[in-house]
Each structure stands twice: as structure tokens, then as C-alpha cells.
Design a protein around this ligand. Sequence first.
Ligand code: XCC
Ligand code: SF4
Length: 631
Amino acid sequence: MSDQFISIYQSGEEQLLEKAVKDGAETMWDRKAAQKTPCGFGEKGVCCRICAMGPCRVSPVAGKGAQKGICGATADVIVARNYARMVAAGTAAHSDHARDIAHILHMASRDGNYKVRDEKKLMSLAKEWGVNTENRDIYEIAHEVAEIALNEFGKPFGTLKFLERAPELRQKVWEDLQIKPRAIDREIATILHSTHVGCTGDAESLVHMSMRTSLADGWGGSMIGTEFSDIIFGTPVPRETEANLGVLDEKQVNIILHGHEPSLSEMIVMASLDPEMQKLAKEVGAEGINLAGMCCTGNEVTMRHGVKIAGNFYQQEMAILTGAVEAIIVDVQCIFPALAKLSDCYHTKFITTSPKAKITGATHIEFHEDNAMESAKNIVKEAIENFKNRKNEKVFIPEIKSNAVVGYSVEAVIKQLDKVVNPHIDPMGTVKPLADVIKAGVLRGAVGIVGCNNPKSKHDYSHIEIMKKLIANDVIVVTTGCAAQAAAKAGLLTKDARKLAGQGLATVCELVDIPPVLHMGSCVDISRILTIVGEVAKHLGIDNSDLPVAGIAPEWMSEKAVAIATYVISSGIDTFLGITPPVTGSDEVVDILTNRVENMTGAKFFIEEDPHALADKVLGRIEEKRQKLGI
Ligand code: XCC
Ligand code: SF4
């Protein structure tokens, strides 16, 4: 195995943590230690503070200690309510992000900052939604499509439009279960209502409602986020980049883009290329401006521009600890409030930009979409001017980075697949070649590995171990979010990584010229995975739940991940969690999620904290599905 593949475990983190001690900087590890043993009630999900008669905590053990809250809520009800609220919060985060993107399309214009970059995608969506396209200006069409999307959040009647993209058999499952989400905001509000004191008092009903709300994320908010970002900023195509903290450059102004929404980061990318900004950087003695992404906004700009990846969630503090970052610019989600105090130990400017995510101690420069370029330039200028404050004696950049290929949208995957047919014949433009190799057993299956980092697990270890084991067993891996960045750092997103793949997968990778692990984008882009799974199922005339596919969140931590996991099982795809969710205080809820839900949706949760055992379980389940299909 070449060094590249093991570099993940030597990413300079230890040296940076030592540096933190020397610099008197506090990190998540200090705070984790200060937390001591985590609260056992919280960990099991049996703590309720929904009303002021409480807080109540009930015993997770039947027959021992308090069995009910003051209102009479049992452990089952309390656990299920807490779970439902996590799903609602996660759905809200993805969807509120999507709403902003839809608004941007609504304000897009030919001479404005935001334009229509993928007309083909816009036109096909217009057709899908019955928007008249004949003899109309492309921007008029865009605005109408955007308005329809905005109505998906609060429309009074009907169900979400994108549900119709699912295989018919899946739509029938949703219909029968009555979990087709209506308006996105409505599903979130309904959960908040139903989990208010004195409302739903039945665990199964709460899980059922959670499924409906989560589908409003996957087939609503997230899908709108992906599709509209593609229309406005372009649908990603494969491109090369580099990943890990070694992408920071001592000689340049280093700007970290952290958060989720491409509306700001896209503008920063444009602003940093502006000759005026480049000139300013030279004037302060830097060789140029070096952008590097982190978390999902990093994924958005790497997919569309090849912007380098500084790292994933866990590395946000590490980036500042290098002492080489002029500014860390954030929008929303997954941003440690701790960055404010940490950046005070260095010259780094911590710049918040969204009214949705102000942080005490940060420099707040509000980003306004209607004035996007000017806002972005002001922010970049702050970073450039800060270069002169850098203290060279405090700079340490670990010299570790890997090459990666990113940018596998569904469209890009299909284009690659066309390479298996004779290029002189018309390209098929379908997922048929993928379905064929799965059917033939050349690929045993396909797995999505997604989600965060969590200090409960060694950084990236579970992501990488699971990926390596699956590709070695001829399972193709698609990845998004912080998992994708872990893969990038480990060198798994290179064509070279084929040598870690089993013979079948290696042959396919060779033939269609792809890495064995495909970077499909940010977390809202899990909707791309739903789309491709659905297309393969449709092609074979079966349901998602029949396919040898699975979803894994090895190191998840956010409420968004709970929403995702729930819409993935609701979409008929088994989901494996590497971190135990706070539900174990209720045998009933555990039984629903890991067992009974399979009779409803055809998929269920598996919880396994050991990455190797988890990978084995995935492989076992894939073979089970193959057997059932008779392939
Ligand atoms: Fe956040 Fe999206 Fe998790 Fe990473 S993977 S820590 S949610 S950035 Ni979405
Ligand atoms: Fe206690 Fe019931 Fe109030 Fe929760 S809702 S805090 S269980 S009384």
C-alpha cells in the first residue's frame, strides 16, 4: 500500500494539538475532558424538558426508578419525541438552506451576480413541473420555477413534487403508509406541535411522523438545494483537487470557507479571482489568495471549481491552530462557537456572515445576496489586510495533502458510464451499464458513506476503514459531506485507489475511468444518491429496497444526520450507524427502528460501533438482497 493511503492517520493532528498546548489555545479535546462522563439519561434519550413541570428523567430500566414523567410520558414516548425533534431540526436546517437557494434563483438575472449556469437542467425541471417554456426568456422561466419551489415550503394542498421522481413501487409504499410529505414547513411544524406537552403519546406514531418529515428533507429541501444550486452555479463535472491542511500555503493569504450554503462561497471564489483583490494581496506582500474549503460549503466549491479541501468538521480548530489562516469565513451549520475564542489566540479573523448564525466574539460582516459581489469583496479584503498581522513564529502547516478527483453529479456519473458502450455509437445517457454490472455481480452492490466526524470515534478512522473494506469487496462507494473529505484526504478519490479495489470494481473503474469512491458533493447532495438509486431501481423494474445498496453514517453527530438516516430508510435503503443514537432508553423505539420499520419501508437501521464489524454486516446484507433478487 502506498504512503498516500495511510497518510490519513498521520495528518499532523498530533503536532497541532501539541502546538495548541504551547500556544495556550483550548480545543474540543479540552472541553470534552471537562465534560467528564456524559449524562447517562441524555445518552439514552430519556431526559425530557419539553414543559416546565419538568425537566423529567425517567429510568431506562423497566421496573426500576421513575418510570414516567410528571405528565405520564413513558420512556418510549420521551425517547420517540426527542428523536422526532431531531429529525425536525435536521429537516429544517437542510430545507431552510434550500429556501435561500430558491430565492437566489428567483432574483437571478442576466446582468446580476447570480445567473442561470445550467440552462439544460432548468429547462428539464421546468418541463417536469409543467412550466411553459415556449418563446419565453430563460430568466422568466427561472423565476417561475423558483416560485413553484418556494411554494413547496408552505403550499396548503397536495404533496411534494419531487416525490414523483421515485420509483413507482416506492411511491406506493409511501402512499400506503401515508407518509408522503405535504409542504416542507408544514411537516416540521407538525412534529413540533405533536411533540408539545400533551400531544402525541405513542412511540410508533412519532416514528411514523418522523419518517414523513424526513422525506420532506430528502425529496424536498435537500433535493431543491441540489437542483437549484446546479442550475445557478453549474452541475458538477469531475475535476482534480487536493485535500488536507497541507493545502494551506505559507506564502499566500489563506482563506477558509466553512459552512454550507454555496451562495456566499461561490461569490468569495469569484471575488478572490478579481484582479483588484489579487493586486491587493500582492501589495500586502502575499503571492496570492489561497482558498480552502471545509465541511459542506467546501464540498460545494470543490465540486464546481476544484477549490482545495482544507479538511472536514473535526479540522476546523486545526486550521486555525496552523497560525497561517488570515480568515475563516462561515455561513451556517457545523461551526464551532469556540472558533471565536480560538481565533483570538492567533491573528485569524473569524467572520460570520449570516443573520441565522451570529456568534459572540466573531467579526460579523453580513452577506447580502442583492449586493453579493460587493459583500464578498469586503470580506476578502478583510482577510487580505490581515496578512500583515500573521506571526511567522506561530505558523505550522503540516505538510500533508492528497490528490483527489471530485465532482460526480448524477449527470457526470452517467456520462462516465457511457464509456462502456462503444464511443462511436450514440451514448445511452442512462444508468443501464451500472445496473448491468450490479446484476452480473461484477459489482456486488453500491453503498453511500456520508456524515460527520465525532470525537467518540478516532478521526476519520471509521470512514476510511469501512470504505477500504467495501471497495476491496467489489462494492462501489459514493460519498458526500465530511465522509467525502475523509476519503479525499486518504487518497481514496484517486484513480490510483483502484489498486485497493476488488477485481470486479477495479475493472469497472478502469473501463469507465473513475475512482472506486465517488465524491458526490455536500450533505444536501445525498439527494443525488437518492436519484441514482431510484434510477437503477426503475431501470430494473424493482423498488429501492430490493437493490443491494445501503447507507452508512460511520461518525455522524448532527441532527441533520438523523433526518438523513430517517429519509434513507424511508426511501427503502438500509442505514448503518457507527455512533449509537440517543434512543436506547426505549426498547420499543429501538425495536421499531432496527426491526419493525422493515415491514413498513423495506429497510431498517443497524447500529454497530466497530467499523470492521459494520462493514461485514453491510456486506452480509448486500448478499442477502442479491439472493432475494436471484442475482
Ligand atoms: Fe456538518 Fe455538512 Fe456533518 Fe460535516 S457531514 S459535520 S453535518 S458538514 Ni453533513
Ligand atoms: Fe416531564 Fe412530561 Fe413535561 Fe416532559 S412533557 S418535562 S415528561 S411533565
